[in-house]
Design a protein around this ligand. Structure first.
Ligand code: M6R
Length: 614
């Protein structure tokens, strides 16, 4: 949460900061602000509550002074509402030091008390750090020394960037449980909360580790620990194409990302299927012996990633015959979970920075478990913390509502399940071949599912006044129902719930009233005849009570026709792969209903893409 960008280079500072903030806005959009340190020795700040466009307008009306050094911030509010005063950057009392922050300073009240007479303009925890840093700079006469003194006094989580009027040409930064990356340019250097902050300027990056400080000037990058001891660092090359993080003519990132799902799936599979079967070289660190000896798998994730985990569980249990539990990351470490050296903990995170998941991974490692991260973001914190990482190759996902990353996560877990099944000898080669053949045809089928858009658009238009929508699924369809409901809640703000179809008669059927829309995910009658007939009975039960039924069926299944108001038809797939198709019309439905209601598709209220606070 909160996007952070820093720059030292030439006079294009303001443009670099604004471009970085535009790419980071998905991390928070309660306010935005920049500070530029000028050669004349002053720090100039412009900041505004609301989205970045308001800051851009302010900069037109009241241009910031030019300079070669600057920091920028886009905020997801924690301490203090989304006002101009609470927007970052915050200044020291004398206005000569500017600071931005992502995270939470838990001891800010004590520090504020410690600062005694100092006057504060905002309600934020961050301003206390800015004031403290300003007073240390005055005492020590050196920004870096003062910064080191301050960071060791802070409790909580933080990425901090600061610049001082007395030392133009330098930005200091530190991280403690919040993300920070450096971008290395030619005569210019960058800082960001992720590579999106500077991907259009350089492909060279360095991931900064926890409890490290990075100092950039135009020509130099230095990394130290909090005591100032120099540390070596390793560069990596950014694989993302900067154009991939642009809307490219689409009305929203979400629409673009839904449409990109065939490639997201193909890219995640690419190179991992060989004539010998599924290969995942990234797992070689763990070794086949460990994989053969695993007794339990625990999957930890949040939100959409957790639903991907629920779907992956069916595949892993089916093919590798190992018990799999799925748990929300933020619940995992608070219940003293049973974890041993034979437990494999798989975390799933698109961003690789979700604090709840990161803390759960650390907790699992402390208890001796081996950890694998399924992640979409190169060199993010969670894969770096894990024993092995299976990267999904969905490309940058900007929309707050996750779509293509979800499909890629499910596919990565399925590849893992197939690999594990073969390594453990629980999956015969014929069954493996059949599943692999299904995976290979998946991108094409996903394309067909993406083409349900037109049918869904009509449906959403008719339903624009709907106040509640329910989703029903059985077996692998159940997590799809949960995901369909989450998509709808998060971008349309209407009540939505997903249920296991069999659970309905145990309570939720009381919700069904005349005209209540219910999406039903219908399993294939070819491959799952028993479940299919049960779901058809569930449809009849809700229909008898007045529900408006929208059935999502495979092509050729006519059984639900007499009891459905609308039917969406999808290509044929084996049960494990059905969710990858069924979820797509639900993604389109959320998007179209959001548009019909005139709401912001990519930046829903109260949310941020990357949840880096607990
Ligand atoms: O980056 P992560 O995959 O760890 O994020 C987890 C959730 O916050 C995320 O999936 C969230 O639920 C999405 N906004 C849902 O669309």
């Amino acid at each position: 949460m909160c996007g952070i960008v820093g720059y030292v280079g030439d006079t294009k500072t303001k443009d670099v900061l604004l471009a970085g903030l535009a790419r980071l806005e998905y991390r928070g959009y309660d306010s935005a602000g920049i500070a530029v340190t000028t050669a004349a020795g002053e720090v100039d700040v412009r900041k505004r509550s609301g989205k970045l466009a308001r800051l851009a307008q302010l900069l037109e009306d009241d241009p910031i002074h030019p300079g070669t050094t600057g920091i920028g911030h886009t905020r997801w509010a924690t301490h203090g509402g989304p006002t101009d005063e609470n927007a970052h950057p915050h200044l020291s009392e004398d206005g000569r030091v500017a600071l931005i922050h992502n995270g939470i300073i838990e001891n800010f009240a004590q520090l504020r008390e410690q600062l005694g007479e100092a006057s504060f303009k905002s309600e934020t925890d961050t301003e206390v750090v800015a004031v403290l840093l300003g007073s240390e700079v005055k005492k020590q006469g050196d920004l870096e020394a003062a910064f080191r003194t301050v960071v060791t006094q802070l409790e909580g989580t933080f990425t901090l960037l600061a610049t001082s009027a007395d030392e133009p040409g330098k930005v200091v930064s530190a991280r403690h449980h919040s993300p920070l990356v450096v971008g290395i340019g030619d005569g210019e250097n960058f800082l960001g909360s992720d590579i999106a902050a500077f991907v259009e300027y350089t492909r060279r990056a360095v991931a900064i580790d926890d409890d490290n400080i990075a100092v950039i000037t135009a020509d130099e990058v230095r990394v130290t620990d909090f005591a100032g001891n120099p540390l070596p660092f390793e560069e990596f090359e950014i694989a993302w194409d900067p154009a991939a993080a642009d809307k490219g003519g689409w009305p929203s990132f979400m629409a673009k990302e839904i449409s990109e799902q065939p490639e997201a799936v193909a890219n995640t599979i690419r190179g991992r299927i060989t004539p010998e079967g599924v290969v995942i070289p990234e797992l070689s660190e763990l070794g086949d012996e460990f994989l053969q000896g695993i007794e339990r798998i625990v999957v930890i994730a949040c939100g959409t990633a957790a639903y991907a985990g629920m779907i992956g569980r069916y595949a892993i249990e089916e093919w590798a015959r190992i018990p799999v539990e799925i748990e929300l990351s933020h619940e995992f470490r608070y219940r003293n979970p049973i974890v041993s050296e034979q437990t494999l903990v798989i975390s799933i995170s698109q961003s690789g920075e979700t604090m709840d998941t990161m803390m759960a991974v650390k907790y699992a490692k402390e208890r001796g478990a081996k950890t694998i991260s399924v992640c979409n973001t190169q060199s993010a914190t969670i894969p770096r913390e894990s024993d092995a990482a299976i990267y999904t190759h969905a490309g940058p996902e900007v929309s707050v509502a996750s779509t293509k990353a979800f499909l890629a996560q499910v596919v990565a877990l399925q590849l893992f399940g197939l690999h594990l099944g073969r390594v453990r000898g629980s999956l015969d080669s014929e069954a493996a071949k059949r599943a692999i053949a299904q995976l290979e045809t998946l991108p094409e089928k996903v394309s067909e599912a993406v083409a349900t858009h037109d049918d869904i658009t009509q449906l959403a238009k008719w339903m624009s006044d709907t106040r509640s929508v329910l989703f029903l699924g059985r077996h692998v369809g159940f997590p799809v129902a949960l995901e369909g409901a989450l998509k709808l809640k998060e971008i349309t703000y209407i009540h939505a719930e997903g249920f296991a179809a069999g659970e309905l008669k145990h309570g939720p059927i009381a919700l069904i009233d005349h005209g209540q829309p219910v999406f039903v995910l219908v399993p294939s009658p070819r491959t799952s005849p028993v479940m299919h007939s049960k779901v058809v009975s569930n449809i009849q039960e809700i229909r008898a009570r007045g529900a408006r039924v929208i059935s999502i069926v495979e092509k050729g299944d006519t059984a639900t026709l007499p009891y459905s108001d609308d039917v969406i038809r999808l290509p044929l797939a084996d049960p494990m792969f059905e969710p990858l198709l069924q979820v797509i019309p639900l993604q389109w439905f959320a998007l179209e209903l959001c548009q019909a209601k005139g709401l912001d598709v990519d930046q829903p209220r109260n949310l941020a893409k990357s949840v880096t606070v607990e």
